[in-house]
Each structure stands twice: as structure tokens, then as C-alpha cells.
Design a protein around this ligand. Structure first.
Ligand code: HEC
Ligand code: HEC
Ligand code: HEC
Ligand code: HEC
Length: 258
């Protein structure tokens, strides 16, 4: 009953946005996604105490995401993972990234300043800055040395190396279309149905049940129990920002029948 109610509430809050089964404990303030002055982490603003504003704004945002407060990188600027056995390549290795994933890539592309917003808060009236007046970009998922988080020089960071998704799980494709292709090729049993996958905790996006970053990740989930003296409401099983725990590869097995 509670779950049905929260799904209805989620639909109400976000229109056509993806709904999902039960997610982990919510509290973005305790995570590295808190970029405000109250953050307990390295990348924090000098001059902005609002937490949501780095991603959302009540007014004057863009409709690319839920009340979205950031400019997005170009949808065609990314290169996807591709192999001969992959069916999402029907859309092409150079297919456009969908908006839902571009939301993440507006910070995780290793190039765009994480502190820039479309609509700064009324109280400050200026763009947030970080680390004493700087603009900060984070090294992306596939970042140099494999570690996200190093401060990079926005202007000199080689773009060609940053917008490369070829070593990352495929995204921006229709799960339904791939499953149909698998069934046609006699290996339909290798993927669960979308309904079963949702029941197992992942989420899809409208338009043939698309797989995006948010299929596996929840940007608000409170997974860090180490700060500053441990947070009893955090759940380490959701590290890092997982939509559902991956214990025993449960997240992978939500979709794959392997
Ligand atoms: C680091 C970026 C970031 C921050 C900070 C952030 N959000 Fe979000 N939020 C997102 C993204 C990305 C989505 C879309 C998730 C998806 O794909 O469904 C989202 C979705 C939402 C939704 C739509 C329902 C849902 O969960 O999908 C609500 C409501 C929301 N956020 C509220 C907040 C509030 C309130 C705050 C501040 C306390 C906040 N967010 C802080 C990135 C952020
Ligand atoms: C939301 C559903 C979903 C989740 C969760 C998911 N996958 Fe996938 N994955 C797919 C689909 C669908 C494909 C096939 C795409 C295609 O064929 O075009 C795929 C493709 C792959 C491939 C590439 C297969 C090939 O032919 O090259 C691998 C490997 C893989 N997934 C592993 C994983 C692992 C490991 C996890 C857990 C960390 C995971 N997947 C989680 C849906 C998912
Ligand atoms: C406003 C900027 C911003 C947006 C938008 C954003 N992130 Fe992040 N993300 C960060 C920062 C900053 C870090 C911390 C980097 C570090 O400390 O190394 C981070 C870290 C992470 C981590 C690693 C956490 C860990 O503990 O290692 C994951 C996973 C992640 N983000 C996923 C996402 C996903 C998925 C989305 C979209 C749904 C998203 N992020 C959107 C700024 C952002
Ligand atoms: C199929 C599921 C899946 C998809 C889709 C996915 N991720 Fe992840 N991601 C994971 C898992 C699982 C981990 C944790 C890996 C680990 O613990 O070794 C992870 C880890 C990360 C990390 C931490 C650094 C690292 O490499 O371990 C970042 C940042 C991140 N993801 C961002 C993203 C962004 C941005 C997108 C979309 C472009 C995305 N992820 C799409 C499953 C996924």
C-alpha cells in the first residue's frame, strides 16, 4: 500500500518521469552530490547553501529533466560501448545520448563546471564558485587513472578523451527492442521481462523502456555511513548511488538471466 502510494506520488511529482520500486534511504545532503557550503565532502561551494539548486530550480530551469537547473552537453558528443553481440547498436554506436543520461553527464563528462547553474539563487544572485573562487570539473567515470574526482583544468582538459562511453555499460537504448531481438535470435531467456526487472528494483524510461544511468543509479540515495562520525540512516549497500543493492550481483541479475 505504501509502495503504491509512493509510486503515485512520484508520478504526481514528476509527470512522465520514471517511477520505480522501493529505493534506498533518501538524503542527498549527506552525499557527494551535496555541493553546497554544508557539504562534508571536498567539492563544495564558497557561496551557496542551497543543496538542490546545483541540479534543480523551482523556476527558470530547463524541461530536459525534473525542474533541471543545468545546461546539458550535446547529445551526439558521446561514443557508446559496442560489440558484435550487442543489439542496441541498431541505434548506432554514435546514437544520441538521451536527456535522462545527459543530466548526469552535465557533471560527469569531465569538462563542464559542476558549479554552474542556469538560475542562481535569488539570495546570492551570482553563480556559485568552489574552492576559493574556482570553477570545478570532475574527472568522469572512465577518468584518467580511473579515479573520478580529481580537479581538472576545464579549458585544457582533452574533450576527445572525456566523452567516451565505450568502456561503460550500454545506455540510451530500448530494453524492449533488445529483448525482442534476443527472442528472435532464440536467446530470449537471457533477459528478464521489463516488469520482472522493475520488480527486482531497477527502473526504465518511457519510450520502449529505455535503459539510462538512472536505471542503475539514484542520485539522492544516502549510502555513506562514514561521515562525519557515521550516519545510522545511511545504507552502505547502495554505494555508489545505486538504485538497488548489487549484493551477489543482484542489480545485474535484475535484467540479465545469467
Ligand atoms: C547532483 C544532482 C542532484 C541534486 C543535488 C538533487 N537532485 Fe533531485 N534529481 C536529480 C536527477 C538526475 C533526477 C532525475 C532522476 C531520474 O532519472 O529519475 C532527480 C529527480 C528528482 C525528483 C523527481 C523524482 C525522482 O526522484 O526521480 C525530485 C522530486 C527531486 N529530484 C528532488 C530533489 C530535491 C528536493 C533535492 C534537494 C534536497 C534534490 N533533488 C537534489 C539530481 C539531483
Ligand atoms: C536495466 C537492465 C540492466 C541492468 C541492471 C544491467 N544490464 Fe547489462 N545489459 C542490459 C541489456 C538490455 C543489454 C544488451 C544491450 C544490447 O544487446 O544491445 C546489456 C548488455 C550488457 C553486456 C554486454 C553484452 C554484449 O553482448 O557485449 C554486459 C557484459 C552486461 N550487460 C553486464 C551487466 C552487468 C555486469 C550488470 C551489473 C553491474 C548489468 N549488465 C546490469 C540490461 C541491463
Ligand atoms: C551537479 C553535478 C552532478 C550531477 C548532475 C551528477 N553528479 Fe554524480 N557526482 C558529482 C560529484 C561532484 C561527485 C563526487 C566526485 C568525487 O568526489 O570524486 C559525484 C560522484 C558520483 C558517483 C560516485 C560516488 C562515490 O561514492 O564514489 C556516482 C556513482 C555518481 N556521481 C552518479 C551520478 C549519476 C548517475 C548522476 C545522474 C543521475 C549524477 N551522478 C549526476 C556531481 C554530479
Ligand atoms: C547497468 C547498470 C549501470 C548503468 C546503466 C550505469 N551505471 Fe554507473 N555504476 C553501476 C555500478 C554497479 C557501479 C558500482 C561499480 C562498483 O562498485 O565496482 C557504478 C559506478 C559508477 C560510478 C563510480 C565510479 C566507478 O567507475 O566505479 C560513477 C561515477 C557512475 N557509475 C556513473 C554513471 C553514469 C554517469 C551513468 C550513465 C552514463 C552510469 N553510471 C550508468 C551501474 C551502472
Amino acid at each position: 500500500m505504501i509502495r503504491i502510494f509512493s509510486i503515485l506520488l512520484a508520478l504526481l511529482l514528476c509527470g512522465g518521469w520514471a517511477a520505480s520500486a522501493a529505493m534506498g534511504p533518501q538524503k542527498v545532503a549527506r552525499t557527494v552530490h551535496n555541493l553546497s557550503t554544508s557539504s562534508e565532502w571536498m567539492y563544495k561551494a564558497d557561496n551557496e547553501d542551497e543543496i538542490c539548486i546545483f541540479c534543480h530550480t523551482p523556476h527558470g530551469g530547463s524541461l530536459n529533466g525534473p525542474l533541471w537547473n543545468r545546461a546539458l552537453p550535446g547529445a551526439m558528443e558521446f561514443t557508446h560501448y559496442t560489440t558484435a553481440t550487442l543489439d542496441s547498436v541498431a541505434g548506432g554506436a554514435n546514437r544520441a545520448l538521451s536527456d535522462e543520461s545527459l543530466l548526469c553527464m552535465s557533471c560527469h563528462d569531465g569538462a563542464m563546471a559542476v558549479n554552474h547553474v542556469l538560475n542562481p539563487s535569488n539570495r546570492t544572485g551570482v553563480q556559485p564558485t568552489m574552492m576559493g573562487g574556482q570553477d570545478v570539473a570532475i574527472v568522469a567515470i572512465w577518468g584518467i587513472g580511473g579515479r573520478i574526482g580529481d580537479v581538472v583544468d576545464e579549458l585544457n582538459f582533452p574533450q576527445g578523451e572525456t566523452r567516451n562511453l565505450t568502456d561503460d555499460h550500454p545506455i540510451s537504448f530500448s530494453f524492449d527492442a533488445v529483448r525482442t531481438a534476443y527472442q528472435g535470435a532464440g536467446r530470449g531467456n537471457q533477459l528478464h521481462s521489463a516488469a520482472d526487472a522493475i520488480a527486482a528494483g531497477v527502473r526504465f524510461y518511457s519510450g520502449g523502456n529505455r535503459v539510462e544511468c538512472g536505471s542503475c543509479h539514484d542520485p539522492h540515495v544516502n549510502y555513506d555511513s562514514t561521515i562525519p562520525m557515521g550516519d545510522p540512516t545511511a545504507d552502505e549497500d547502495y554505494r555508489p548511488f545505486l538504485i538497488t543493492p548489487n549484493i551477489g550481483s543482484a542489480l545485474c541479475l535484475a535484467c540479465h538471466n545469467k
